[in-house]
Design a protein around this ligand. Structure first.
Ligand code: NAI
Length: 399
């Protein structure tokens, strides 16, 4: 029996709760600290089924009707004898869960970020201190599904399941009871296939929202004349060559960081860091119409059909870009800036990343980079390693 704790109360938490509870060998508990979600979810399940509808690739549907054993806001109850704790909440909420869980964690526990997002391990090492060194950490590049809950605490839908999901593990001094990839795979079912390999820092460097969204916003709007536009432009399928080039250069710089770190610490495997174009070819293999280049790959990705730039409407019915959208407000401090911080530790210059961040911070009203260095006053609200005092190569790799 595996004791699995799911942290969160949103879309991913609903779906994972239903799918994992279908495994008779899993004792599934949900911990949600947010507002009154635990009470509402518990009440919603009373006398009702908890239904997860999975839309399969062959257009069939699987209906699961398995409830988690417990939904609670009490970390002691949730974490009692836990083997694996899975975070399925946006990154800004991670710290709250880490602090609440810390007194109830036993050595050997596996903590999973699903997704972890950039700098997950830095946050865990800092929040849990010595305890973290006796636990293991896994982080995955995304959620396994595109999903939504349709009725809170009662029903959720899996719109699509990924074929595979890249992740990595870092092992502390007390080994887990069983191979954590196999345990998690057992809770997810056959898909997505979990590809756990390489160093955890590779997943931090491959948190692709941090490259994709800010690069496209920078490319489209950095020379904007301030005049509203008639329609929100297509975000991906309307990509221009300059934005694709920007994204590619950002990705090249991140590859250079990985390569430099592997030279500095030859025992570390960061070959899980790939160029963003390779990433697209793996993740969206069946959706891309023209695989000639990164530019054509994104423009012809059917999974992105109809998605537009985040905008707000003006009084006269036109549109201006929304620079307070999560594509900057989350993807800079919890994404690109973390890579910049790692580059700084590795001693690798990042001129394109610097240009994107310098433009973005102005639009966001934040100060991160000053004279090319991560010295701005708002670094303290990011997940860059410097914010946690992790300023050496060994420290960011957890060696
Ligand atoms: P969500 O948006 O459904 O999460 C909302 C939940 O986060 C709330 O129910 C609450 O439990 C918690 N929360 C919200 N505000 C909070 C606050 N101020 N303090 C503490 N907790 C708060 O998230 P979802 O959709 O489950 O996604 C989880 C992660 O997976 C996110 O990082 C998301 O970007 C990523 N993801 C989601 C996909 C999807 O299809 N839902 C697809 C790919 C990635």
């Amino acid at each position: 029996m595996v004791v699995l704790v799911i942290c969160g109360g949103g879309n991913g938490a609903h779906v994972l709760a239903g799918i994992a509870s279908s495994n008779p060998n899993a004792d599934v508990r949900v911990l949600t600290l947010y507002a009154d979600e635990a009470e509402r979810w518990t009440k919603a399940m009373e006398g009702n089924d908890f239904v997860v509808t999975v839309n399969n690739q062959d257009k069939s549907q699987t209906i699961l009707k398995n409830k988690p054993r417990l939904v609670t806001k009490d970390p002691a109850l949730a974490a009692n004898k836990a083997d694996m704790i899975v975070f399925t909440v946006p990154a800004f909420a991670h710290r709250q869960y880490l602090d609440a869980l810390k007194p109830h964690i036993r050595p050997g526990t596996v903590l999973v970020g699903l997704p972890g997002q950039s700098g997950f391990e830095f946050e865990v090492w800092t929040a849990w201190g010595d305890l973290a060194k006796q636990c293991s950490i896994m982080s995955f590049e995304s959620l396994p599904w595109a999903c939504r809950f349709t009725e809170f605490g009662r029903a959720a839908t899996v719109i699509g399941t990924k074929e595979n999901l890249a992740g990595a593990a870092w092992y502390g001094s007390v080994p887990p009871k069983a191979d954590p990839t196999l345990v998690l795979q057992g809770c997810l079912g056959p898909h997505p296939v979990l590809l756990t390999r390489g160093a955890l820092l590779g997943i931090t460097l491959m948190a692709t929202n941090g490259y994709i969204h800010p690069s496209i916003l920078f490319g489209r709007w950095h020379k904007w004349d301030g005049n509203p536009v008639n329609e929100p432009p297509l975000f991906y399928n309307g990509l221009d060559e300059f934005s694709a080039q920007t994204m590619s250069s950002v990705s090249d710089e991140i590859l250079a960081v990985a390569s430099s770190l592997m030279k500095q610490r030859p025992q570390v495997d960061l070959t899980n860091v790939a160029h963003i174009w390779q990433w697209y070819l793996r993740v969206y293999a069946d959706d891309i119409g023209d695989k000639t280049s990164l530019f054509t790959t994104i423009r012809t990705n059917a999974a992105y059909s109809g998605l537009t730039h985040p905008t707000t409407k003006t009084d006269d019915g036109k549109f201006v870009p929304d620079f307070k959208h999560r594509y900057l407000m989350e993807d800079i401090p919890f994404g690109l800036l973390v890579s910049k911080g790692i580059a700084e530790v590795a001693g690798v210059p990042t001129p394109t990343i610097d240009s994107v961040i310098s433009w973005a911070q102005q639009k966001m009203g934040k100060e991160y980079i000053v004279n090319g260095k991560l010295a701005g006053k708002d670094v303290s609200s990011t997940r860059c390693p410097q914010r946690y005092g992790l300023t050496t190569v060994d420290a960011i790799l957890g060696l």
